[in-house]
Design a protein around this ligand. Structure first.
Ligand SMILES: Nc1nc2c(ncn2[C@@H]2O[C@H](COP(=O)(O)OP(=O)(O)O)[C@@H](O)[C@H]2O)c(=O)[nH]1
Ligand SMILES: [Mg+2]
Length: 341
């Protein structure tokens, strides 16, 4: 896997973190350097604790020495659906269990193990790191999603990562609607040491993006992140704005945007499905980032999204610090979700 991808390569389990300087630096939380008390896998697990305790408790309640009959399978299926894993995933898992163990005594540990394996299989094809093509100068990444989903934070975290790799990164404050949004991106720009192109609140987003494209390509930047507004309350306005932004980008580089990242807040659970539908129709999403997996019991929704949309999941967020965004790794996620080590 490319060293320059997001984040170079997938980090392994506890104690297996990479030793390269860029990645080692990432392990120091921003903005104050604190010692890293635990590995990413531990953080992932503690981040997903709310989601996994719901599942493990439920499975534990259902399967304390129990015969795997139709009733047990049905109850398991209901539990998985309640945990946001989706109907298709729930059916798939129970089907597999029924095939191998129907009529036999099963325990919770076995169920969790099977669940982790099945979830890993569903997630593996979508676990794809973000790998910019730096020969593009710039590689353009358009970031979309509803307000509050974590777009600006995700851009900041990714920008810092690529700056640490020595890449020239520019940020465009395309959410011109809210003053706070521009300020927030500027803070991340300072933190990541990269220029932020912005205009006054209420300015035309497409005009700003046009300038940003021109500036970034004149400088020969490696990467340009474009932040956008996410006012879903007025869908047709937002759609018109995003379409205009894309048009303006293509005017300068017909191959861009090279990635269209949809940032989803995992705490919204099933609502994430309609957000994917809406943004896919508006701008043609190429990949997902799921944030706030630390604050929710609804982490299972990632599995349902993977099964349904098959869109690459590039990264997940389990906290607000720069180190809390990492590439998405199927097996680590699946095992954490069901509370396995
Ligand atoms: N706990 C947690 N908070 C997050 C995560 N990602 C973003 N946030 C917070 O969510 C809030 C909204 O994020 P923001 O980037 O402003 O969303 P935007 O409106 O889409 O740009 C901010 O307070 C972020 O710090 C995450 O992975 N975990
Ligand atoms: Mg924002």
């Amino acid at each position: 896997m490319s060293k320059t991808g997001f984040f170079g390569r997938l980090l392994g389990r506890k104690g297996e973190e990479s030793e390269t300087p860029a990645e080692a630096e990432m392990l120091a939380p921003e903005p104050v350097a604190e010692p890293e008390p635990e590995g990413w896998f531990t953080r992932l697990k503690s981040g997903l604790a709310k989601s996994s305790s719901k599942l493990t408790q439920g499975i534990g309640d259902l399967f304390t020495k129990r015969k795997l009959d139709d009733e047990a399978l049905e109850e398991l299926q209901d539990l998985l659906i309640t945990a946001d894993l989706g109907v298709a995933t729930a059916a798939r898992v129970t089907k597999r269990l029924a095939k191998s163990r129907f009529g036999q005594d099963v325990d919770a540990a076995e169920i969790r193990q099977t669940l982790a394996e099945e979830i890993t299989e569903i997630l593996a094809p979508v676990a794809q790191p973000l790998v910019p093509d730096f020969s593009r100068k710039p590689h353009v990444i358009l970031v979309v999603g509803v307000n509050g989903s974590g777009k600006t934070t995700t851009i900041g975290k990714m920008a810092k990562h690529f700056r640490d790799q020595g890449k020239a990164v520019t940020l465009a404050a395309g959410d011109t609607f809210r003053a706070a949004a521009v300020e927030q991106l500027k803070v991340w720009g300072e933190r990541a040491d990269c220029p932020v192109i912005s205009r006054d609140t209420g300015a035309d987003a497409a005009g700003l993006v046009f300038d940003a494209m021109a500036e970034a390509s004149a400088r020969g930047d490696d990467l340009l992140f474009i932040d956008t507004a996410g006012r879903l309350q007025n869908k047709s306005d937002l759609m018109a704005e995003l379409e205009k932004v894309v048009r303006v980008i293509k005017k300068q580089d017909p191959t861009a945007p090279h990635d269209v990242l949809l940032v989803l807040d995992a705490t919204v659970g099933q609502n994430a499905h309609s957000q994917v539908d809406i943004f896919r129709d508006m701008v043609g999403v190429t990949g997902l980032v799921l944030t706030k997996l630390d604050g929710t019991a609804r982490g299972g929704v990632l599995v349902a999204l993977a099964e349904r949309f098959k869109l690459p999941v590039h990264a997940i967020g389990v906290g607000e610090k720069v180190t809390d965004l990492r590439p998405f790794e199927a097996e680590a996620f699946a095992r954490s979700l069901v509370g396995l080590d």
